[in-house]
Design a protein around this ligand. Structure first.
Ligand code: ATP
Length: 217
C-alpha cells in the first residue's frame, strides 16, 4: 500500500502544542506523512490576527527537523477563500487515485462540516480523520449523521483499504490549548511557555504580532 498522506488544515494563529501533538498521534495511528495546511482566508471565521507570511514563518520555525510533519502552502498561495475541497482536488490530482488521503480535523470542526463549501465532495477525494478527545460525545446534525452512517471505519487498516471515502475517529490526548487563549496571554504580557513549541518562544520576533495590540481575540 502507498503511504497515506494526511492534511491538517487550520489558521495556526499561532500553531501550538495542541495541534502538533494531535497530528503526531494521527501520523502514528495512520502510519502517514502529515502536512499542516494553513488557510489564507478561513471561510468560517474572522480573519487571522497574524498575516499569512507571519503564520508561515511560525510554522516553518516549528517544523524544522520534523521529518514526519511537513507543510503544504497551497492555500496561502491561492487568492480568495481557502475552500478545503479545492485543495483536496488539487492534492488528489497530484498524488493520483491510489494513495490514501486523509483530511484531519478536530471534532469541533467536524460537527460543522455541513456548512462547508461542497462538503459532500470531500468524501470523494479523501477520508476524514476526526481528532477526538477521550470521552468526548459528539452531536451530529441529521444531515451529517446520514452522510457518515455507512462511512464509519473501526480502525486505521479498515480505513486505508480504500484511498478515500471513509471516516475514522482518532482518539487523541486531550490538551486544552487554544490559539485564542495564547493570543490573549501574549496581549496581557504573559508568556505561554509549555503551551507553544520552544522554537516560537526562542525568537521574539515570531510572536511580536500578538503583543501590545488592542482587542485582537
Ligand atoms: P482559535 O483559538 O484561534 O480558534 P485553534 O487553537 O482552535 O484556534 P485552529 O487553527 O483554528 O486552532 O484549528 C485548526 C484545527 O486544530 C481544527 O481542526 C481544530 O479543531 C484543531 N485543534 C485546535 N486546538 C486543538 C487542540 N488543543 N487539540 C486538538 N485539536 C485542536
Amino acid at each position: 500500500m502507498l503511504r497515506p498522506l494526511a492534511l491538517f488544515g487550520g489558521t495556526f494563529d499561532p500553531v501550538h502544542l495542541g495541534h502538533l501533538r494531535a497530528v503526531w498521534e494521527a501520523a502514528e495511528i495512520l502510519q502517514a506523512e502529515v502536512k499542516l495546511m494553513p488557510a489564507r482566508l478561513p471561510p468560517h471565521r474572522p480573519p487571522p490576527v497574524a498575516s499569512a507570511p507571519q503564520r508561515l514563518a511560525m510554522l516553518r520555525a516549528v517544523l524544522v527537523g520534523q521529518g514526519r510533519l511537513g507543510l503544504d502552502t497551497r492555500e496561502l498561495d491561492r487568492e480568495g477563500p481557502s475552500w478545503s475541497v479545492d485543495s483536496l482536488l488539487e492534492v488528489r490530482r497530484e498524488v493520483g487515485f491510489q494513495r490514501p488521503l486523509v483530511l484531519l480535523l478536530g471534532s469541533d470542526a467536524f460537527v460543522g462540516l455541513p456548512s462547508w463549501h461542497r462538503w459532500r465532495q470531500l468524501f470523494e477525494l479523501a477520508h476524514l480523520g476526526v481528532l477526538a478527545r477521550p470521552g468526548a460525545t459528539l452531536q451530529f446534525c441529521e444531515e451529517l449523521e446520514n452522510e457518515i452512517a455507512a462511512r464509519h471505519r473501526n480502525d486505521a487498516s479498515a480505513l486505508l483499504r480504500q484511498p478515500w471515502g471513509g471516516v475514522l475517529t482518532i482518539p487523541i490526548t486531550a490538551l486544552d490549548i487554544s490559539a485564542t487563549r495564547i493570543r490573549t496571554m501574549l496581549q496581557a504580557g504573559q508568556e505561554p511557555r509549555f503551551l507553544l513549541p520552544d522554537a516560537l518562544l526562542a525568537d521574539p520576533q515570531l510572536l511580536e504580532v500578538y503583543r501590545h495590540r488592542e482587542a485582537i481575540c
